[in-house]
Ligand binder design. Structure first.
Ligand code: CA
Length: 168
């Protein structure tokens, strides 16, 4: 049985300035990983011009087999990019969202009440280095390597989050 996973991309803040005017033209691409399970479909938001605090407020629907969301390493991969008219778009950063603990997935119930009933998640973006190496691994079709990559990213994400929390 397939179900529709709906994701609302709200906003981003404090993005790195990637244009010479000290601003950026951000948009977000999102996809499900690992590719071997979910395919290569990539969705993207509109580009918001000249801002480091874009408001996207866009909704995306993914038709997925809920069993796949329970697989190790299943996650959303977000990439925040800066649109450039005359060169390749720059990458502002990446973020990952683990899907193993999504509300309603294990309880076998529908989450009702719309977005108001689902807590918002704030993800910290990070810029992976060296970029080339990350992307080679990311693009690989080999499932085991993809999973290892995702696990490493999740560990990094957890570290980023805990560092962020302890700052407060
Ligand atoms: Ca730009």
């Amino acid at each position: 049985m397939m179900f529709c996973f709906t994701l609302l991309v709200l906003n981003a803040k404090n993005l790195p300035p990637l244009d010479t005017n000290g601003l950026s033209d951000p948009y977000v691409t999102l996809r499900l990983l690992p590719e071997d399970l979910f395919g290569k479909e990539v969705k993207k938001t509109e580009t918001i011009k000249s801002t480091l605090f874009p408001l996207f407020d866009e909704q995306f629907d993914f038709d997925v087999d809920p069993e796949l969301l329970k697989e190790t390493g299943a996650c959303f991969h977000f990439t925040v990019k800066d649109y450039d008219k005359f060169s390749n778009d720059d990458i502002a950063g990446h973020a990952f969202f683990n899907l193993n603990n999504v509300m309603g997935l294990h309880e076998n119930i529908n989450v009702t009440g719309g977005f108001g009933s689902v807590p918002q998640q704030t993800l910290n973006i990070f810029h992976p280095k060296p970029e080339g190496q990350y992307f080679e691994i990311l693009e690989t079709r080999d499932e085991e390597r993809a999973k290892l990559f995702v696990k490493a990213e999740k560990d990094l994400y957890e570290k980023t989050v805990s560092a962020h929390v302890s700052e407060k």
